[in-house]
Write a protein that binds this ligand. Sequence first.
Ligand code: SF4
Ligand code: SF4
Length: 415
Amino acid sequence: MSQYKVFIDTACVNCKANSILGSRVYEYLERNDHHIEKSVKDADVIIINTCGFNAFHQNMSENLIKDYCSAKKPGSKLISIGCLNKIDQEVITSIYPDTILISELNELDEIFASQVPFANLTGAALTDERIDQIYISKNRYYDWTDSICLSIGKFLYLAAHFHPGMQLKIKQVLDEAYKKNKFFVEISQGCLSQCSYCVIKRAKGQLRSRPIDHILQDIKRLYDPGKNLCLVAEDCGCYGLDKKTNLFTLMDRVKQIYPDLGVDLCYLNPLWVEKYFNEYIELFKNHKINSVNLSIQSGSDKIIQAMNRKYSVDTVRSFIDEIRTVSPQTLIWTHIIIGFPTETFLDFLKTLNILSAYDISYKFYYDEKKGTPSARLSPKVPRHIKAIWNVLYRLKEIQIYIVRFFSMLFGRVRS
Ligand code: SF4
Ligand code: SF4
């Protein structure tokens, strides 16, 4: 078996499914005695973990392919893995026609003539070393406003040493941003929804849940008492519905074996909260849930409907209020889409209004994906309006953090 020098990079830093994919490839290469290279110039094989979620991530993927094509040594192979291969592979081959496109990771077995086949790996630990390696160009990903927010977060963490509750929340935010103190287990791929803007389904397809026993085996292998378990899925809420089980059963089985293990739910479509409100409150009451991504996407019911997402802002808000009571340590976060077609300034103000219910939010600009139902909606929000809204969004975030900091500070002084 030949040993290759392999360089890996990824186009999407925030996506846990993508992180797991990168980490599994890393583990596979290590198990087959290949060398992970830090420099693209020395690599025999370059693997790019692509994403096609929106224009930003697609551009990141394209730029990585362009840059590594020009930097690579003659004769080295370039392999593309990840979602863009399924969402729009022509984009990749138009840049470098010789790119090897992988749709399932076991296709790597033939390329590397591997002794340990891909099928023999189950989960993969996402260690700090791996994070540094599989996100080698992560600095391209963050803009200066992200850097400012992260710096403020670090400052607040140090400043909040007198207030353990507040410091814990800031630590959770920083752990989330840097993927620290967690181990990741994928529980399913695909989902049961049809969000009008989504291209992820083209890459991930219909729901395919992993058997509970396989998930438990992964947890056993990766378990670290100092870390939280991050359950990764396009939508944890639909876990098991294709296998006559569900998330509640999975959580109970995990708790039976690891009663003190903190769990991250990444992601939970609020439609399940709309359907099973009380059951979810019980879940948060009876389990140690460290964080949940309960992505509302917009603070306007009109826009949520246009996104073909099935919940109301009021339900999500009441649910968050309940979680604050039954599970105050849980970090609740969301994704927000700015500039969805038909969104007005009033809709956007409603989104700003819901932000304070969450501990943190990550925003994306809406951009059009060919063939999605939302591409047919109009009027569109012009680019310069989205840019102005982005500034307002950032100002709102800063205002929220400052208000929170001082209200906790004065709460502490009063007590
Ligand atoms: S398309 Fe979605 S699931 Fe795929 S890598 Fe990008 S963000 Fe992750
Ligand atoms: S829940 Fe919606 S946004 Fe998420 S993967 Fe499914 S269809 Fe796409």
